[in-house]
Design a protein around this ligand. Sequence first.
Ligand SMILES: Nc1ncnc2c1ncn2[C@@H]1O[C@H](COP(=O)(O)OP(=O)(O)OP(=O)(O)O)[C@@H](O)[C@H]1O
Ligand SMILES: [Mg+2]
Length: 177
Amino acid sequence: MIIAVTGTPGVGKTTISKLLAQKLGYEYINIKELAEERSIGKKAGDEVEIDMEKLVELVEREFRGKDVILDSHLSHLLPADYVVVIRLNPEILLERLRERGYHGDKLGENLEAELVDVCLVEALEEHENVVEVDATGKSPEEVADEVAALMKEGIKKRVGIVDWSESYEKILPYLRR
Ligand SMILES: Nc1ncnc2c1ncn2[C@@H]1O[C@H](COP(=O)(O)OP(=O)(O)OP(=O)(O)O)[C@@H](O)[C@H]1O
Ligand SMILES: [Mg+2]
């Protein structure tokens, strides 16, 4: 089956996806690298904008019926049987993204996306089987184990498990204005 691991940049998708792939014996697919390899992108300034229509076709063609994990903050927009939305308290995300050197609008946009559940809401618009996992205060190993356990128990939908409203004041100064 196709498992899409999504979430705001920096929440730990890549770290967790690789562990989960090992645990389940699935193939790990990094969507950004795949898109670059297959030249499915339009240059937009120094960033590459992925052609989603072509990417959807490619995923459908190459991975449907296979056991793969798709790692991307856009993976919830791709064909998938199971969508895992990784969540992280925005105050922790703030520290992680600042360590990466994010600042200004780029920092604000990502914090805002986590605060208001952008990936979750978009995932629910596209898919039935959506589970949220809160990575806050957990090791990547623990998060991967939690996902594997949910799948083993046959839990297909588990959403609305986090509430970041208490972080709002702390995050507010960094948000876009
Ligand atoms: N559960 C965790 N606890 C502590 N640190 C973590 C955890 N998960 C990931 N990290 C660290 O946070 C950073 C970001 O993780 P990672 O690259 O996996 O995020 P990502 O969601 O894939 O980001 P991007 O969307 O930019 O690809 C890395 O330095 C990673 O080692
Ligand atoms: Mg990543």
